[in-house]
Each structure stands twice: as structure tokens, then as C-alpha cells.
Design a protein. Structure first.
Length: 623
């Protein structure tokens, strides 16, 4: 049966329960502005009754209650909603990063008209038109030189701006990797503390809030998923790779990648396998540096090289007012000093590769002439090689177009002397160098006797850059060594032309090998490059290049802005929903405190009454 002091025990339990509830409500209020905090509630239940239903229970009207007890203190959290937020947050930060950087990239292409590459190139073409109208005018020649200098300076400036953004992105990658490594370590450490607390029967709510907040911050940096199947082992994955497992964690290392301008390559510390991230700010930064900005630099380099090549092709075959010929108008810096293009690619001190950018055949061709030959040409591509078949009924023009329409990274055209030119493009893979012809082979005779590029047919006569003196495979074809990395940053007007503007070649040599005073044919041809489809491998003019570039950058910036607005709306809804569930409402907590206060006062009054009853029982009964 119930003891005389049972009422005191019931009152004491009530006081403890209400006191704990008041303290918990105060804890909620004090952390109302704490990031990642989830409101907590005390879970109470009735104490086990005095008697249980068995054969020995007393004959009483019912079970005698023993008051209340505290089951636990729980945080109010929706784990399913948390999983949705973590899954979405990497997309929001991904587009936010791209939006910020594309705003910077757009500023590069939205230069003031008077200093933009497009404006300076227009003035350059105009200066040649003016020279063609009055070839004897020295002022017109000076204008060509000065505007050529202005153009190369603006191209360099755009190149430098793109490289500056690339370097800034690379710096952000370094700091982001450090944040990822720090967060994974902290999550693993907190996991260990949580397991130890749970082993003691506690609910480490604040620790779990801290862990969830760090996981969400990690989700801003990389795309992660959380697995909670095992209550004793909290798992975090990224793209199928485990990054946190309980108290164990993995780190990311940065390895210098010489193929990518010396920028870092991300690898897992334990396996040294490449680490890829498709979301989060880190995924966006790596994509911006290694794809977007690399592509923009390659596009600018391609334009600058083709532009200089086509101007030089006409200029070196023309003659200046001082009767000097054979001069290039623009000077390109070679990647290697070796005249054969030999290069020590693996850094062991021995030349083991040949870096050749352009090959020009020895024979003049007629574009509409049927070749009367059959065979297969093989060129290097983004992955391996690509084959281009030809047949007797094909014309030279058909075959040039077929080479350019293939997926090879070697393109073709006929120069002003109608000789076939093979020219390297930029490389899709960072493991391959830009503007390097890596493989040329012909099973037949088109590239050998017909065009005069290769010395022999078949695999034995193939040109392959993976050896020194690979030019031995060429016939008497002219070739050019690969230009320095990012050639758009090194393109200059030929110093000989700068020093003597009469060297500007506006005419073609007459029968005596001299320049006629009124001959402006070369200047006309150079000015005509502006509206000629000259971008190698694509059907575009230089004007098309500028229009396409500005449009492409604008559309990508618009895409980033629109996607960010969409992701912000989704995340705002999810965060508002979470706040409605887990957030602290001050008014609600104050109302609860008042309720618990009255409960506490009532329990105290109950104990006071019990005290009086016991006093009467002990001190007055039997007197």
C-alpha cells in the first residue's frame, strides 16, 4: 500500500519536472538567435503505478499513481526535411558561385568601346583600307602600325584579365579545400562525442545541432548526402565516395598539375585518386577554372593565332614601300627555342617530343579539282585519333571540309598560294598541349605526293609528336613551332615593322621584284580578312567570333542568374518550413514558462499541504 510520505515524493517529482521544463524553455530563449539551434522539449510521462496487475496486488479500487517522471529532453527536428535541405543547398551555392564570377567575366567583355578588342580590330581593318586607297602615304602606314599595337595591347589586356580571374578562382579553390577538410574533421570529432554521450544514456541535442549545422555548411561547399541507418555511425557521402564515417574522415590534397598551367589538381589524401565534385561552391570553382575560363582563354588564343597567321600569310608574301619582303606583320613567341620543335616533355633532360603548330604543303592545289586518289587520313583527336576517308571523286575543297567537320584537333585550309595547311587547334584534354599537331597519317597518297606534306604513307610514314625530330616524317613542307602558352598574351607587332613603317607591305612585287608606288593590292587583301570566313575549323568570320563570344558569355551569365533565383526560392521555402518546425518562438516559450511556473507553484503548494497532513498525523493523532 502507499506509504505516508508518497505524497511528498509525488510533489518532489512534479517540482523537478516543472523546474527542468522552465530551464529548457530558458535554454531555448537564450539560443533563439543561435545558428543551427533546434528548439528542445522535455518529454514527461507518468511514473509507474504503485501496484502492477498481478496476483499479489492489494485489493484497492485502482492503481495508485506516483506522479510524473522525465523521459528525455528532445530536440524538435525533421530529419527528412534536413536531408532535402542538404541535397538542395549544394545547388544553390553552385549557381551562386557561377553567378558571382560570370558577373566579373561579363565586365571583361563589356569594355568601353574605345579600348575593347572589337573596337581596336575594327580600327585596324580600317587603317588597312585607308592604306590601300593611298599606298604612298606614310601617315597611313604609321596608322597601321599604331593601330596594330593598340590591338595587340587590348588582346593582351583581355588575356591578362581572364588569367587574373582564373588565378582568383584558383585561390578560392585553395581556401575552399581547407574549409572542406576542416569541416570533415570537426564532424568526425563531434560524431565521437555524440556516440560517447549516447552510450551514457544522454541525448546530446546541442552536439547534434552543431553536427547538422556543419554538415549543411559542408553541403554548401560540396555535394553531400547523409546516411543515418545506423544510430551509432553517422555517414556522409559525396558522389558515392565516403568522406565521413563515424569518427573517421577523409581529406583532400592539392597536387600541382603542370598540364593545367601549374594549377592544383584535387585528389583524395588516402588513395591519391582524383577527387571530383559536381556541386557546391568547390564544384563550381573547379568547373569555372578548368572548363569555362580555360575555354575562354583557348577561344581568345585561337582567334589571336588565326588572326596573326592570316595577316602574316599575306604580309610576308607582299612587299613594303622600302622594297623589303618576307616580313611577318605580327611576331609570335615560340614555345620552344629549338627550330625543329624538339621538347623535353617529361623533364628527364632528354628531348622526347616535337611541338609543331602548322604544316604547309609544297604543292599548289585547285579547290575544285578531283583528287583521283583513295585512302584514309588519321589525325589526333580529343581521345585518340579520328579517321577521314577520301575517294577519287572527291575534290580538294570536299576533303578540306571533311577534315574540318571531323572531331579531330587538326584543321585544314588552303593558303593564298593554294597550298594545303594543317594547323593544330586547342586541346580538349588538359593532358594534351594546345596548338600541337600530335598525329598525322595517310594510308594513301593525298598527304604525300599530292599535297607534299608527308614523306611517306602508312604507319611507317606517319608524323607523331611523341619523339624528337618528328619533322623527319615531313617532306619539304614548311612548318611552324608551337607558340608559347596563351599566345594572345604575347602577340606583338614585328619590331622591324615598328621601327620602319615603310616595311608595312601594301603591295605585291612587280616583275622587277619591287613595289609600285600606287599598288595597294596586299592592303586590300588584308582588309578583306575582316569579312572572310577565316576562323580555322569553323565557318566564322572574326566579326562572328566577337558576336558569338559576347552572346555566349551573356547567356551563361543569364543562366546562372536565373538558376540562382530559382534555387533561392526553393531553399527559402525549405528553410522557412524548417524554422516553423525547429525554430524558437519567443512568445510560445514565454507562454510555456508561465504555464510551467504555475505548475511549479501548484506542486509546491501540494507539498505544503502534504507537510501539514503529516504534521497532523505525527504530532496530533493519539494526543
Amino acid at each position: 500500500m502507499s506509504g505516508s510520505f508518497a505524497g511528498i515524493e509525488i510533489g518532489k517529482r512534479s517540482l523537478m519536472a516543472h523546474s527542468t521544463q522552465i530551464q529548457t524553455a530558458g535554454h531555448n530563449i537564450s539560443n533563439a538567435d543561435t545558428e543551427g539551434y533546434s528548439r528542445q522539449r522535455v518529454k514527461v510521462s507518468t511514473m509507474d503505478p504503485l501496484y502492477r496487475p498481478d496476483l499479489e496486488r492489494a485489493e484497492l479500487a485502482g492503481q495508485i499513481g506516483q506522479g510524473t517522471k522525465i523521459e528525455s529532453i528532445e530536440r524538435i527536428r525533421d530529419e527528412l526535411l534536413d536531408s532535402r535541405i542538404i541535397a538542395q543547398t549544394n545547388e544553390e551555392s553552385y549557381w551562386n558561385t557561377r553567378n558571382d564570377y560570370y558577373a566579373m567575366i561579363e565586365q571583361i567583355y563589356n569594355e568601353p568601346d574605345e579600348v575593347s578588342v572589337r573596337s581596336n580590330m575594327d580600327k585596324f581593318w580600317q587603317s588597312w583600307q585607308e592604306l590601300s586607297a593611298d599606298p604612298s602615304n606614310n601617315a597611313a602606314r604609321d596608322a597601321v602600325v599604331v593601330r596594330g599595337q593598340s590591338l595587340t595591347n587590348s588582346i593582351k589586356q583581355q588575356n591578362n584579365n581572364l588569367i587574373a580571374i582564373s588565378n582568383q578562382v584558383n585561390g578560392d579553390i585553395d581556401s575552399t579545400v581547407k574549409q572542406v577538410n576542416d569541416l570533415t574533421r570537426q564532424i568526425a570529432d563531434v560524431n565521437g562525442e555524440i556516440v560517447r554521450s549516447k552510450a551514457m544514456g544522454d541525448n546530446p541535442n546541442d552536439l547534434m545541432d552543431r553536427r547538422d549545422l556543419m554538415v549543411e555548411k559542408l553541403g554548401n561547399l560540396i555535394n553531400v548526402t547523409v546516411v543515418r541507418t545506423d544510430p551509432d555511425e553517422f555517414l556522409v557521402h559525396t558522389d558515392g565516395q565516403m568522406i565521413v564515417q563515424g569518427s573517421e574522415y577523409r581529406q583532400i590534397d592539392e597536387v600541382t598539375d603542370l598540364d593545367n598551367k601549374g594549377y592544383s589538381r584535387l585528389v583524395w589524401h588516402d588513395t591519391q585518386v582524383d577527387a571530383y565534385f559536381r556541386g557546391g561552391s568547390l564544384g563550381a570553382l573547379v568547373e569555372l577554372r578548368d572548363k569555362d575560363l580555360r575555354s575562354e582563354l583557348q577561344s581568345l588564343d585561337t582567334m589571336a593565332l588565326n588572326f596573326a597567321d592570316f595577316v602574316n600569310d599575306i604580309h610576308r608574301n607582299a612587299i613594303g614601300k622600302n622594297n623589303v619582303t618576307g616580313l611577318d606583320f605580327f611576331t609570335e613567341h615560340p614555345f620552344v627555342e629549338n627550330t625543329n620543335g624538339n621538347y623535353d616533355r617529361n623533364g628527364d633532360g632528354t628531348e622526347d617530343a616535337s611541338y609543331i603548330f602548322r604544316m604547309t604543303g609544297t604543292n599548289s592545289l585547285r579547290p575544285q579539282e578531283q583528287i583521283g586518289l583513295q585512302g584514309t587520313m588519321t589525325f589526333n583527336s580529343a581521345s585518340g585519333t579520328v579517321s577521314v576517308d577520301y575517294y577519287p571523286a572527291d575534290t580538294v575543297e570536299d576533303l578540306v571540309n571533311r577534315i574540318n567537320d571531323s572531331n579531330g584537333e587538326v584543321k585544314a585550309y588552303l593558303d593564298r598560294n593554294s597550298k594545303l595547311v594543317l594547323k593544330a587547334t586547342t586541346s580538349e584534354s588538359m593532358s594534351n598541349p594546345d596548338f600541337v599537331i600530335r598525329h598525322v597519317e595517310d594510308s594513301g597518297m593525298f598527304l604525300t605526293g599530292y599535297t607534299g606534306i608527308l614523306r611517306g604513307s602508312g604507319a611507317d610514314g606517319a608524323y607523331d609528336f611523341n619523339r624528337a625530330n618528328a619533322i623527319d616524317a615531313l617532306a619539304d613542307a614548311q612548318f611552324a613551332v608551337t607558340p608559347v602558352m596563351n599566345p594572345s598574351g604575347y602577340l606583338v607587332v614585328n619590331p622591324q615593322v615598328e621601327q620602319d613603317s615603310s616595311s608595312v607591305a601594301a603591295a605585291f612585287a612587280n616583275s622587277q621584284g619591287r613595289a609600285d608606288q600606287d599598288d595597294g593590292r596586299a592592303a586590300v587583301e588584308i582588309a578583306a580578312i575582316r569579312n572572310t570566313k577565316m576562323m580555322v575549323g569553323t565557318d566564322r568570320t572574326f566579326d562572328d567570333y566577337f558576336a558569338d563570344t559576347v552572346t555566349r558569355i551573356g547567356l551563361k551569365g543569364e543562366q546562372a542568374e536565373n538558376q540562382l533565383a530559382s534555387k533561392n526560392a526553393i531553399m527559402n521555402d525549405l528553410r522557412d518550413l524548417r524554422d516553423s518546425i525547429s525554430g524558437v518562438n519567443i512568445n510560445e516559450e514565454l507562454a510555456d514558462i508561465i504555464k510551467f511556473q504555475y505548475g511549479y507553484e501548484a506542486a509546491a503548494k501540494f507539498i505544503s499541504v502534504q507537510d501539514e497532513l503529516l504534521n497532523t498525523l505525527i504530532n496530533r493523532v493519539g494526543v
